[in-house]
Ligand binder design. Structure first.
Ligand SMILES: [Zn+2]
Length: 366
């Protein structure tokens, strides 16, 4: 008898290259390629519904809820048991969605998109899911089949071959939890989940900050943003055009000469402003605080901030004193009081939008 013929009773079992079971695609070579392709295709088809909602005026926080409930679960289905490495296609789907929510261009750096939304990478979320699932297993009744399989696999872990247990061990070591792999003492499950959230969240933030330091395009962004969290202005700036302009100026995704010159390979000192022609570098701060042709708009911005705050916030007098601080107040994170912050953000975002709209006509006239 051919050794590949298998029978269930007298019925020969068909041999197939792949099959679907419990929502997962199993292949003869134990590859998840088929499942990955199917899942990404399904997620992309779901994503198409969200831009329509966004263009109809849905706010960013609701768009995020749609992503969290309609699309992301598709990409994360069973990720804690089958996904071992970076999954670039899924990360790209998340990034694409983030750009659509922020209404920014495709060239916007991923660290701006994820930073403004406070989104972990899907890999980090998979790490969290994997360790939470491991926590559930080690707390299971010892008679459960899942627990018995885990115990066998851990006892027979090879050092040369990758395995699910090996992934758990490496991840725990990466998070300075080496002793937990041996003791399996994780406390209660809620406490374990909270501990993982802090540790993985800190790791995400640290890696993100390190990348900001090495990206010249993000020179302004790293000054204005220090926390890896969803930005309040995304919900507080009411006009989507103003909101988009603010995101672009914070993240360096615009065509001011500091960026346009970078595309052309010009040294920074030659990326001067063609709007005022004063020889100053045309960067985000020049646009916000200095460039003369926008002075009327700028005065209007300061006036609106003063009026909305009942006269308490007179930022025009601060222009020559602490300019970094003024930039931080206008488009960064210096205003703690919510009502003041909403006033400042809306006025600043409106200024950026109008200035960027005015810029081409000034250049054409010149
Ligand atoms: Zn200028």
């Amino acid at each position: 008898m051919d050794k590949r013929n298998l029978f269930l009773g007298l019925v020969k079992v068909d041999e197939v290259k792949q099959f679907k079971y419990l929502g997962m695609d199993f292949s003869w070579n134990l590859s998840w390629k088929t499942m990955r392709e199917r899942v990404v295709k399904k997620a992309n088809s779901r994503i198409l519904m969200i831009p329509k909602a966004i263009s109809d005026g849905i706010a960013p926080d609701l768009s995020i809820k749609l992503w969290n409930s309609l699309v992301r679960p598709i990409l994360e289905f069973s990720t804690e048991v089958c996904e071992r490495s970076l999954w670039d296609e899924a990360e790209r789907v998340q990034l694409e969605m983030g750009k659509r929510i922020l209404k920014v261009s495709r060239s916007t750096p991923s660290d701006v998109v994820r930073g403004e939304l406070g989104w972990w990478s899907l890999k980090a979320r998979r790490d969290f899911a994997l360790l939470r699932w491991w926590g559930k297993i080690v707390r299971m009744d010892h008679s459960r089949l899942t627990y018995c399989v885990y115990r066998f696999r851990k006892a027979n872990m090879g050092v040369k071959h990758s395995s699910w247990c090996g992934d758990v061990k490496a991840l725990l070591q990466d998070l300075n939890l080496t002793e937990v792999w041996d003791t399996e003492e994780i406390g209660d499950l809620n406490g374990w989940s909270s501990r993982l959230k802090v540790l993985i969240g800190n790791r995400e933030e640290l890696e993100w900050k390190n990348r900001l330091l090495t990206t010249s395009k993000l020179r302004t962004f790293r000054l204005l943003k220090s926390e890896f969290k969803l930005e309040d202005y995304l919900m507080e700036v009411r006009d989507p055009r103003w909101r988009k302009a603010l995101t672009c100026i914070r993240g360096g995704s615009h065509n001011l000469n500091i960026e346009a010159g970078r595309w052309l390979g010009l040294p920074v000192e030659l990326r001067t402003c063609c709007v005022c022609v004063t020889g100053q570098i045309e960067d985000e701060r020049h646009l916000m605080l200095d460039c003369l042709p926008y002075e009327k708009l700028r005065r209007r911005m300061f006036f609106e901030i003063r009026m909305r705050s009942g006269g308490r916030l007179d930022l025009s007098s601060a222009r020559v004193d602490d300019r970094d601080n003024l930039m931080d107040v206008l488009i960064g994170h210096c205003v703690r009081d919510k009502l003041d912050r909403v006033s400042v953000r809306n006025a600043a975002a409106k200024f950026v939008f109008l200035a960027l709209q005015l810029r081409p006509s000034i250049l054409d006239d010149g």
